[in-house]
Design a protein around this ligand. Structure first.
Ligand code: ADP
Ligand code: MG
Length: 341
């Protein structure tokens, strides 16, 4: 018999974990489907590392974890990390400083059948030829690849990566991110990645699970999350958004930037992304340019509209706008939420 949950690489239910007064996870639920890359995205301290450590088996918790349909935590079960078939790349890489690259990668592989596998993994991550180097003789990007190779060498079913790019400078980060994606696809492995960087999450993942205060609030594809966030907090966390309080009646919420359809009634919040705000000159004005940030490929124009409300408009680099200029602003798309969410 097969069921939908058979295709789940990881199924975490109701995970709760506290440290003294601190609640690290609070009824955390997560489904990770086989293959592909899921990112746990949330602000610092929301419980991302704790969730990974519990899934990998470095910590216990209340609740259950199943890996490929096998219970590894909960109901009296605790499978130790080395028997979970989960590889983990730690945020600081945690390489053994006194061991060569090869010895680091060989660490979790049983002697004898290891050598071929290690060659294959070193090649997969592009480290062939660096076998005999020590970790302190490698760049940050290379160290990260050693950590990845070490996690992949025992052929885990799932790999967990905690903020894998946080120790790399901005230029290197983009390149390593693309390389990692290719390596994981080639290795045909399910990956869960942790980050607090929304742009990184949107650009890299098949599914993003947004976390706050120890739980997952919403999990979906990057495009779906970005355009249909479950609440205004997620909208603002996942990119630029302005939130305008308004009142809804007879199927619409009215704002200075236009009216938007909604089934809600009474006080609402209208969330507008800057790229959905258009500006034009020479029409009856409803806004004044308050600030302009010019980025070359585009510009972000902050507008003061009725009632002291500020909204931003992200538009092409031309025409140039100047503070004090009167213009007409309208939003071509918005999401309406009940107030208090
Ligand atoms: P994140 O990785 O999202 O930044 P963490 O999972 O590291 O968050 O931490 C979640 C919360 O749990 C934080 O408030 C943190 O201070 C607390 N915490 C995590 N690990 C420990 C620990 N070993 N001892 C005490 N508190 C901890
Ligand atoms: Mg962390």
């Amino acid at each position: 018999m097969t069921s939908a949950t058979d295709q789940l690489a990881i199924r975490a239910r109701d995970l709760s974990k506290s440290y003294d007064e601190d609640i690290a996870l609070d009824h955390f639920n997560l489904d990770v489907w086989e293959g592909g890359l899921l990112t746990l995205l949330g602000p610092s301290g929301c419980g991302k590392t704790t969730a990974l450590r519990i899934i990998a088996g470095f910590e216990g918790a209340e609740g259950t974890v199943d890996i490929r349909g096998r219970r590894v935590l909960g109901n009296g079960t605790f499978v130790p990390p080395e028997r979970r078939k989960v590889g983990m790349v730690f945020q600081d890489y945690a390489l053994f400083p006194h061991m060569t690259v090869r010895a680091n990668v060989a660490y979790g592989v049983s002697r004898g059948k290891g050598s071929r596998r290690i060659d294959a993994v070193l090649e997969l991550v592009g480290l062939q030829g660096l076998d005999d180097r020590m970790p302190n003789e490698l760049s940050g990007g290379e160290q990260q690849r050693v950590a990845l190779a070490r996690a992949l060498a025992p052929k885990p079913e799932v790999i967990l990566l905690d903020e894998p790019f946080s120790n790399l400078d901005a230029v290197l980060r983009d390149r390593v991110r693309r390389e990692l994606r290719v390596i994981l696809t080639e290795a045909r492995i399910t990956a869960v990645f942790v980050t607090h960087d929304q742009e990184e999450a949107l650009a890299t993942s098949d599914i993003v699970a947004v976390m706050k205060d120890g739980r997952v609030l919403q999990a979906d594809t990057p495009a779906e999350l970005y355009s249909n966030p479950a609440n205004p907090w997620i909208a603002e966390f996942l990119g630029d958004a302005d939130v305008i309080p308004a009142t809804a009646h007879r199927g619409y919420a009215d704002t200075p930037l236009g009216r938007f359809k909604t089934d809600l009634k009474g006080p609402v919040l209208v969330v507008i992304r800057p790229e959905n705000v258009q500006i034009s000159l020479g029409e009856a004005s409803n806004a004044v340019v308050a600030n302009v940030e010019f980025f070359g490929h585009d510009q972000l124009v902050t507008l003061a509209v009725g009632g002291g409300t500020r909204v931003r408009s992200r538009i092409g680099p031309r025409p140039a706008y100047t503070p004090g200029q009167k213009c007409r602003a309208r939003a071509i798309d918005a999401r309406v939420y009940p107030r208090g969410t």
